[in-house]
Ligand binder design. Structure first.
Ligand code: HEM
Ligand SMILES: *[C@@H]1O[C@H](CO)[C@@H](O)[C@H](O)[C@H]1NC(C)=O
Ligand SMILES: *[C@@H]1O[C@H](CO)[C@@H](O)[C@H](O)[C@H]1NC(C)=O
Ligand SMILES: *[C@@H]1O[C@H](CO)[C@@H](O)[C@H](O)[C@H]1NC(C)=O
Length: 338
């Protein structure tokens, strides 16, 4: 408190901003829509700055492309695309079953955000940085591009662990559960299949596919034997295997070919081929990779539109991992405006 109170520059800046902000609120529609041109006048170099940062990170480690796509997905499915997953919190969504010791890429998003902060401080949200990062990461490993909608704001707090555990799909979910889980986010069966296609890149831990390779599931026996080598019946939970064994670091349609030859790694992958309505979509993407590419981009845009904070809701975090600075400023503000 003492330290911030002595900083009068911040005081006047935020005081001014407070009134300016109210004026804006009066003219903004309450259901503000995201827009691809949101930063064109306020931070014209935001997108190129993020792209440079993400390209570098993927060059350093190819798997990072997959990790960033998944991070955006796990952000959007829990409380909307609000960067809540980025908050360093040891009791909330970060430690949910589907996230703990599993989601990664936080430092890469933070580096991209800080690169943007250095050119336009306080303008671009972490939620938008993450959405753009997921697109740039996909493109960096050979995927087709799409236009990212922008204007999301960041959550003041992380979501609860319970919400994340109920809203994120599980690798043990049967097909009807996967379908309804996506339907809850207004995503169709086609979106489910297209988005699952991002398992054409990245890695999974032994603990997520052990039951499948030792069970009596529909699995190619040679594939099961191959995967058992680095995934013992007990122990080795964190040992990794590629989700697409053919081209693990290339965004292509091999994931769907794997399903057809019963070489999907996760149970939740293989079930997409097991029954309609998803089976025919899988087969369609095998025959028509261009359709997969365009459906994937369209589904990523829909996923990125899930419950964004816009207008006067939420905030623009200065650090994606913490709201410490913003909280201190708001305590300071309320103290001085009372
Ligand atoms: C349909 C339901 C889904 C289930 C049950 C599921 C489950 C999983 C699991 C268990 C892993 C391995 C995690 C680990 O070993 O720690 C994984 C990895 C991954 N998932 Fe999914 N996923 C689903 C849908 C999606 C969607 C919609 C996306 C993106 C749009 C996605 C992107 C990824 C990526 C890219 C990886 C690899 C991450 C890395 O290598 O760091 N998944 N998923
Ligand atoms: C998350 O993982 C850490 C590190 O393995 C572990 O200590 C902790 O108990 C886990 N948290 C939950 C909620 O499972
Ligand atoms: C799904 O659409 C309905 C109707 O437009 C809307 O009320 C709801 O908030 C949407 N849910 C999500 C998660 O976007
Ligand atoms: C596989 O099936 C056999 C015969 O139905 C059964 O005895 C065995 O317990 C099953 N194993 C697993 C891992 O499900």
């Amino acid at each position: 408190m003492m330290k911030i109170s002595s900083n009068y520059y911040y005081y006047y800046y935020y005081y001014y901003y407070y009134y300016y902000y109210f004026a804006i609120l009066l003219i903004l529609p309450s259901d503000a829509q995201l827009s691809s041109t949101f930063y064109d006048s306020t931070c014209p170099d935001a997108l190129s700055t993020i792209r440079t940062s993400i390209r570098q990170a993927v060059t350093n480690e190819q798997r990072m492309a997959a990790s960033l796509v998944r991070l955006h997905f796990h952000d959007c499915f829990v409380q909307g695309c609000d960067a809540s997953i980025l908050l360093d919190d040891t009791t909330g969504e970060r430690v949910a079953l589907q996230n703990n010791n599993s989601v990664r890429g936080f430092e890469v998003v933070e580096a991209a955000k800080q690169a943007v902060e250095s050119i336009c401080p306080g303008v671009v949200s972490c939620a938008d940085v993450l959405a753009v990062a997921a697109r740039d990461a996909t493109v960096a490993v050979g995927g087709s591009s799409w236009t990212v909608n922008l204007g999301r704001r960041d959550s003041p707090a992380a979501a609860t662990r319970a919400l994340a555990e109920s809203d994120l799909p599980r690798f043990t979910d049967p097909l009807p559960t996967l379908i309804s889980n996506f339907e809850n986010k207004n995503l169709s069966e086609r979106d489910l299949v297209a988005l699952s296609g991002s398992h054409t890149i990245g890695q999974a831990r032994c603990v997520t596919f052990r039951d499948r390779i030792y069970g009596n599931e529909s699995i190619d026996p040679d594939f099961a034997i191959k995967r058992r080598r680095n995934c013992p019946e007990s122990g080795g939970n964190d040992n990794l295997a590629p989700l697409d064994e053919v081209t693990p670091n290339v965004f292509d349609n091999n994931y769907f070919r794997n399903l057809q030859s019963l070489r999907g790694l996760l149970e939740s992958d293989q079930v997409l081929l097991s029954d309609e309505p998803t089976r025919s979509i899988v087969l369609e993407y095998i025959d028509n990779p261009d359709r997969f590419d365009s459906d994937f981009g369209a589904a990523m845009i829909k996923m990125g539109d899930i419950e964004p904070l816009t207008g006067g809701s939420g905030l623009i975090r200065s650090t994606c991992g913490s709201t410490l600075l913003e909280n201190r400023l708001s305590i300071y503000l309320s103290y001085h405006t009372l």
